[in-house]
Design a protein around this ligand. Structure first.
Ligand SMILES: Nc1nc2c(ncn2[C@@H]2O[C@H](COP(=O)(O)OP(=O)(O)OP(=O)(O)O)[C@@H](O)[C@H]2O)c(=O)[nH]1
Ligand SMILES: [Mg+2]
Length: 197
């Protein structure tokens, strides 16, 4: 299953000012560098190279915008917490992202990606707080589940689910962009949620 049929790259924007005029809902992918944002976007779009995938953290430096079926805007956010960039640059990015999320909050469905292999990380919990603060609609995608044994996965998911969704279990989606496991329920939920924006 895919989130759309005709998906085209619009542009890479440094800030929201550059695409404020677009009236459709926004589907935003956010999470730490290297968590698998670009890979998941490619998988959901059924395209191999739509968003750049890289082993080097921090490759996606701008807000990358895609048009999905003239139905909604897909936004690939820069991964936060990228250590190899100077502090000033980091702050500039964060400011631009904060501002975007704040100003566009009403039209956003955010996909919050976390890595299934790790315990909740400080950076992730900060983003979680911020999402709650802005009252954003969001779904949690727990990525790279193919990398764990069945036992380890069950153990990790229990902890992560509990941390990220509290009692709202149906909004937590374990996925693998490599194998495609877990992608269909996520697609169905995204399309339903987008309709209600
Ligand atoms: N095994 C496995 N590897 C994955 C999966 N998803 C992503 N990866 C790998 O993880 C690395 C990072 O993936 P990206 O999709 O580039 O991550 P990103 O979040 O877009 O990274 P930035 O753009 O730097 O913020 C790449 O080497 C991917 O091949 C997955 O589901 N399974
Ligand atoms: Mg990326």
């Amino acid at each position: 299953m895919q989130i759309g049929q005709t998906i085209t790259f619009i542009k890479s924007a440094p800030n929201y000012g550059e695409f404020k005029d677009i009236q459709t809902p926004h589907l935003v992918f956010a999470g730490r560098s290297n968590v698998g944002k670009s890979s998941l976007i490619n998988k959901l779009c059924g395209r191999k190279q739509l968003a750049k995938v890289s082993g080097t953290p921090g490759k996606t430096r701008l807000l990358n915008l895609f048009n999905v079926d003239n139905n909604f805007l897909l936004v690939d956010l820069p991964g936060y917490g990228y250590a190899k960039v100077s502090k000033t640059m980091k702050t500039d990015w964060n400011k631009a992202i904060d501002r975007y999320l704040m100003e566009a909050a009403d039209r956003i469905l955010l996909i919050f990606l976390i890595d299934s292999r790790h315990e909740p990380q400080k950076k992730d919990l900060e983003l979680l707080d911020y999402i709650h603060h802005l009252k954003l609609r969001f779904l949690v995608a727990s990525t790279k589940i193919d990398k764990l044994s069945k036992n380890q996965l069950a153990k990790n998911l229990a902890i992560l689910k509990n941390t990220y969704t509290a009692s709202d279990y149906n909004r937590f989606f374990p996925v693998s962009s490599r194998t495609g496991v877990g992608v269909d329920p996520l697609v169905t939920t995204i399309l339903n949620e987008i309709k209600s924006i």
